[in-house]
Write a protein that binds this ligand. Structure first.
Ligand code: ADP
Ligand code: MG
Length: 255
């Protein structure tokens, strides 16, 4: 199995002397190509910090993060920018689409900054739009489509460059349950058919149940891991709920 991501003994502190928050306290894990992994944990446990360090938005205090054999903790600004553009795809809770561009143009943006030619761009957009079932809305602007459609457009933008790793922070956080289900069905399909590697942060057990493996973090540390194996999504969901109950005691809070 090809390892896409290696997180090695990372720590992240915020603040300075006398007033330090340890947001990440020695986290280690690996992601193989084609895995769909969820990161769960209560609010303030370090999920976003972890994802931001992997996505090069933030930097670690100590430790190493290796993506596709490259140690991103040692990259210089320019190399980092190129790496982010070519190797990573981002999906955010609030979509981050540009309001003045159509769905098509939003997706195209990810490719035009890679200097690809117009015909190749058009082909790739059509292909990914078909997979995410957004072909009919490509000429529409963000204000003309639903939240669920916006998130599928944002996902198309993240996926169209065929990055090594997709990073999603609470991708269903702003969606109603039906839209969330549709989006997650697409993630599942893309993961199975294209072997897209996905790392998804969520505090929602239903969303997490689509992953094949879940890392639970608390106080900046991994404290449990669940592997789906041959479980159905429903069975996996129930196991997640058990851990969540153990983790916080208060399920409704974490859900
Ligand atoms: P989560 O995403 O799991 O809710 P975060 O990664 O956002 O958690 O936060 C982890 C911890 O780090 C929290 O205690 C939070 O207050 C702290 N933290 C996060 N970002 C910053 C920052 N920029 N400056 C100071 N403290 C921060
Ligand atoms: Mg967060």
């Amino acid at each position: 199995m090809q390892t896409i991501l290696s997180v090695k003994k990372i720590e992240k502190y915020y603040g300075n002397k006398g007033n330090i928050t340890k947001a990440i306290d020695n986290i280690n894990f690996q992601l193989d190509k084609g895995e769909f992994v969820g990161i769960m944990g209560p609010s303030g446990s370090g999920k976003t910090t972890l994802l931001n360090c992997i996505s090069t938005i933030d930097n670690v205090t100590t430790g190493n993060i290796i993506i596709n054999d490259k140690d991103i903790t040692t990259l210089k600004a320019r190399a980092m920018e190129e790496f982010r553009r070519d190797e990573l795809g981002f999906i955010f809770q609030d979509f981050n689409l540009l309001d003045t561009l159509t769905a098509y143009e939003n997706i195209a943006l990810a490719l035009t900054i890679q200097n690809r030619d117009a015909i190749a761009i058009d082909e790739q957009i059509k292909k990914i739009a078909h997979k995410l079932e957004i072909k009919e809305i490509l000429t529409k602007y963000p204000f003309q489509i639903s939240g669920g459609q916006k998130q599928r457009v944002a996902s198309a933008r993240a996926l169209v460059t065929e990055p090594s790793l997709i990073l999603a922070d609470e991708p269903t956080g702003a969606l109603d349950s039906k839209s969330a289900r549709l989006l997650l069905d697409s993630f599942e399909k893309l993961n199975k058919e294209l072997h897209t590697t996905i790392l998804m942060v969520t505090h929602d057990a239903f969303t997490a149940s689509y992953a094949n493996r879940i890392l639970f973090i608390k106080d900046g540390r991994v404290f449990n891991e669940l592997i789906r194996g041959n479980d159905s999504r429903k069975e996996f969901f129930n196991k997640i709920i058990e851990v969540v109950t153990l983790l916080g005691g208060d399920v409704s809070h974490v859900l």
